[in-house]
Design a protein around this ligand. Sequence first.
Ligand code: DP6
Length: 344
Amino acid sequence: MLPITALAHPNIAFIKYWGNKNEGLRLPSNGSISMNLDGLETRTTVQFEDSLSADEVTINGKLSHGDELQRVSKFLEEVRKLAGIRQFAWVKSENSFPTGAGIASSASAFAALALAATRAAGLEISPDGEAAVHHEPPFDQAALSCLARRGSGSACRSIPGGFVEWAAGTNDRDSFASSIAPPDHWDLVDCIALVSTDQKSTGSSEGHALAGTSLIQASRVEDAPRRLDICRCAILERNFTSLAEIIEEDSNLMHAVMMSSHPPLFYWQPATLAVIMFVREARAQGLQVCYTIDAGPNVHVICTAAAEVETSRLLAGISGVQEIRSAKVGGAARLVENPSTPKD
Ligand code: DP6
């Protein structure tokens, strides 16, 4: 079978996914909204082959084993089931951004893998989610988003382009993401303030499983439709003030859940709080900036394109900020030409 290469961007959540109502299927406790990050990408090549006796996975030049390999293999198993094939696969995946750059790679990784692996298996997923072999593109984006979700929840949001909403849904088929607005709808920029590049101690998957142990999680989930409505409207109307208030509230709520879980999860470092305080003050002074933080200490400072230069300059002056990385709004996952095979 032919090798296929796909590319996907990571995303930053404005309204966060934290906690699952079904861990196995990665059905989230609440819906979420994100923005894809341009200029950062995962490129993944997949080839199914008769000669292999197990999946062989190379990530950023290193052969995978243990939990990492198992997670990818489990995902490929879903693809094999859908396509009705038994061959194992070569997988070669490269990130354009370094590990520990403050950007979670599981979203772009499983989005690129979902697209490359389904196509490499000769699989087109029909709108009702049934497998249909050897159809031509365009593939059904909702079905692909559902599949990517099985690998990593946030990956379902890296399948469509621009500003994206993941509807929580109730089952494996209706929990997927779709685009709210294309990349050129609003020229926002994510200036990522790196305060640490250490590997995080508790990964997201482990964290999701703890969410329900916090007293705050039930109220956070119950109120999610309100926050989603405000965020969606703010994006559609390009209302920065409204966006800033709701995404900061949502990020604070998620971290309140993390800090009040059993055991508690503390992702912040002193410099994280320094950036938060700085951003709030800068906005009060009229700069269009706001913050959001994922399961780590680095701060995603969202600003308008007009405020980017000033924002980066000011962030670089904060003690404890090691580096700033900027990303504009990115597009959808897509197939790319690649003459090489995963074995090269
Ligand atoms: C804090 O999608 O990384 O970034 O489904 O277990 O792979 P898994 O978790 P993941 O969780 C993302 C958590 C978050 C918030 C978000 O991106 O919505």
